[in-house]
Design a protein around this ligand. Sequence first.
Ligand code: DLL
Length: 429
Amino acid sequence: MFQEEIQFMSREDIESLQLERLKKQVRHAYENVPMYRKRFDEAGVRPEDIKELSDISKIPFTVKNDLRDHYPYGILAVPLERVNRIHASSGTTGIPTVVSYTTKDLDTWSDLMARCYSCAGVEPSDIVQNAYGYGLFTGGLGFHMGAERLGTMIVPTATGNTKRQIKMMLDMKTTVLACTPSYAIYLIEALKKEGISKDDLNLRIGMHGAEPWSEEARQHIQKHLGIKAQDLYGMSELYGPGVAVECPEQDGLHIWADEFLVETIDPETGEVLPPGEKGEIVFTMLTREAMPLLRYRTRDLAVINWEKCKCGRSHPRIMRIKGRSDDMLIVGGVNVFPSQVEDILVGIEELGEQFQIILEHDKLDHLYIQVEVSDEYWNRVDLDWLNKKVSDALQASLTLRARVELLSPGTLPRTEGKAKRVIDRRKGI
Ligand code: DLL
């Protein structure tokens, strides 16, 4: 088992390591990141005030907008020459959230991902087909590096091209499938169409994450692919995938607490909640060099369970992500903020102000945008040309193809209160 001694650390050992690392990390952030030094000074907190784990509540929160406000390198704690790689994800506006890694950070992330595979039951002898997106998204490279670290064979198919995906799965005798849960469900349909049954495949484990999914979806995937479908959580700001993963008990996702100190807060008041209460999950990264994040608000809502798991691990568990405290949408694994869509549409002068975002699900998630053309342009613009212009602008910013429908001015319902911009017509399995 990969890093078995860390996977099975006792709670006392986890907490004493956390405290030692927290003190060091707070100092690192304070001394090297002007944003943190300013925040600490304003709050009247000094690194030496952190004596116990509970002292963490003295530290101000960090939020996604802090990354945007300091775009692209503003919260780096090391000289740029030491940065080895960046990844990026959607921000709430057109400005992406950039995450930086030193060589050591990439090494830590690889270990975390190898540990996730191992905890989920994957062995070095397995053949991992990685159908997450390679590129700025952290999924592809995160799963890739982890498999490499564990020593499995990797089939780096990346997303899409389902026919080739199936061919590889058959010919390479893939045993582990890494992809979003919605893609796994799509794949089941595609296999059925090709007349391929689970007995023709060698799959035994699925590693699914990047979006919320239900217990019913899990049962469906397990039954039709003949695998154990494991949930895995992460986010780009926190390296990427690899923050937490299910063990074979499938009873919550173990957060690797030697690297991530977790708290639950009331999303309205910011007050720290006792363990077992549902709230917003906040993480402090305990060793990241390039971009330390202290008390990072994820906006994900969940319950954290500190009881020892039946598997013997003491790392606390996320009892499934229960939603978000902001309006971020996840469309086939891609994060989309309504404000981001609005920013794009506002930037196109031929359009009016009214728009609607509709989410549909037909085997895969689809993004459908209805937007009014402005009064001024309605009778004199080439609608096909404008439709393409809008779709291209959305694709460039969201990395997602949306179906666009242009409407005449005054078509969409007006409300006196808050406009209902998002209609989610997806039904989960
Ligand atoms: O989705 C990283 C990742 C890649 C995780 C592959 C797992 C597998 P972001 O694009 O930054 O990073 O999106 C992070 O996705 O805050 C959650 O809202 C959601 N999310 C990720 N994993 C899960 C999960 C990657 N297992 C955001 N269950 C997070 C529910 C998830 N939601």
